[in-house]
Design a protein around this ligand. Structure first.
Ligand code: UDP
Length: 414
């Protein structure tokens, strides 16, 4: 296990983006938790939404006086093959789990749990990768409350994969889901719903000065920020359906010939499918000079693309929450997204973007076209999107929700 290095963050800086009541509530909760030690465990330090959340939550909790650590599991490719199969199965279609795969999962999670030497009051295991640590942890730190925070879309899990994780889920003290529907059919002693959020002060989301935009404009060339631009930002993962977005774009371009498409993605260390999906997407777009398949861009470049695109698309087939939707809306860019998972929490259809069924490529194309044709609509949708994210999906709100869960767990009888 290792702890990622993190930049310091100060909660006082959030005064400008959130009301004083919320900051006061955070300080009150933090005082109640001043003798509580919290540990977060996940399986990658970079790439994907969980790492994105922890990079902000962990330093801010420490700034508030809540002693918080973050460990990333040590594991190799064979473990991540198993956990990606689990991830896919829990979202509805995964390769079968063999006895050997289950044994790998048990061995690696057990070994990582045994490496935790300190005492904690609350241990939060993010997603299926560290979930198997619960058995060893419950024995080693019996007074700790163990929380499973699930970021996946559990709307239609495969029975076999759910059965495998169920024996671990039963042993946690509490589970946190990103949407209420995900709790259905999952047996856990107690649970709550916490919607994820974006960090408005992170380099990914902060306002940018003109010189930073100019630097990124050069880096992003030959993409033009002055011609119509449609962007999707997602890990290269079959659930994100970059192929559907590409197909929708091709239909749009038959009417808007100068439209460009940027498919921007990253490779998370714990996602073994990333490189293969990237290769397939890049090959599918190779003969199209106006489609740009980009990977591993710095946060400020992602920021510029989300900010300067005319439309952002998120055509996921499944989506736990989809931070990228709030990231774009916060930057006043309308989003055309699918109705999968957490996306409809963020897109208000016809107000800040459009919602379409996950398999409706033609629907995506028509909505993108409508937005490209109408600057006034884009501006008013952008204004609405910013307000919607400010109300519901900024970090201080999520921090309040998390600390409330921890405070409640701290009060329970061991
Ligand atoms: N991301 C990024 N660069 C990329 C692709 C994704 O920084 O090339 C970030 C993205 O901005 C977001 C996170 O990775 O903050 C993805 O989170 P989301 O909840 O949308 O999806 P997940 O990857 O967790 O399924």
């Amino acid at each position: 296990m290792h702890s990622p290095s993190l930049a310091d963050r100060s909660i006082a800086a959030y005064d400008a983006v959130t009301g004083p009541d919320r900051l006061q509530r955070l300080r009150t909760l933090a005082e109640a938790l001043d003798d509580v030690r919290i540990l977060h465990v996940n399986s990658t330090a970079t790439g994907g939404g969980v790492a994105e959340l922890l990079r902000s939550i962990v330093p801010l909790c420490n700034d508030l006086g809540v002693d918080t650590d973050w460990y990333v599991m040590e594991a190799d490719e064979s473990f991540f093959e198993v956990t990606k199969a689990l991830h896919n199965g829990l979202q509805g279609s995964g390769t079968r789990l063999t006895d050997e795969m289950k044994a790998t999962y048990r061995a690696v999670t057990g070994r990582n749990a045994a490496a935790i030497a300190d005492e904690y009051d609350v241990v939060v295991l993010h997603d299926p990768q560290p979930l198997g640590m619960v058995e060893t942890l419950a024995e080693a730190i019996p007074n700790a409350a163990i929380v499973w925070r699930c970021h996946l879309d559990l709307s239609d899990p495969t029975r076999e994969h759910l059965a495998f994780v169920a024996e671990y889920i039963e042993r946690v003290d509490h589970a946190v889901f990103s949407r209420s529907v995900y709790e259905d059919g999952i047996a856990v002693p107690s649970s709550s719903v916490v919607h994820p959020s974006i960090d408005p002060l992170a380099a990914k989301n902060a306002d940018l000065d003109e010189s930073t935009v100019a630097t990124e404009r050069d880096r992003l060339a030959p993409i033009s920020l002055d011609a119509p631009l449609v962007t999707q930002v997602s890990r290269f993962d079959p659930w994100k359906d970059q192929f559907g977005t590409l197909e929708a774009y091709r239909r749009v371009r038959s009417r808007v010939p100068d439209a460009q498409l940027a498919l921007v993605g990253s490779m998370a260390d714990d996602d073994p499918e990333g490189a293969a999906v990237y290769d397939r997407v890049a090959a599918a777009a190779a003969d199209d000079p106006d489609v740009f398949v980009l990977s591993e861009l710095p946060d400020t470049a992602v920021n510029v693309l989300q900010r300067r695109s005319d439309v952002v698309v998120q055509k996921s087939i499944r989506e736990g929450f989809g931070l990228v939707v709030s990231e774009a809306l916060w930057k006043r860019t309308p989003v055309v997204g699918s109705t999968a998972g957490g996306i409809p929490l963020q897109i208000e259809d016809g107000r800040n973007g459009y919602l379409v069924a996950p398999d409706d490529v033609g629907g995506v194309a028509r909505r993108v076209e409508r937005l490209l044709d109408d600057e006034e609509r884009r501006t008013s949708f952008g204004r609405n999107g910013r307000a919607h994210v400010r109300d519901g999906f900024l970090l201080p709100r999520q921090l309040v929700d998390c600390l409330e869960v921890f405070a409640e767990l701290g009060d329970r009888d061991p």
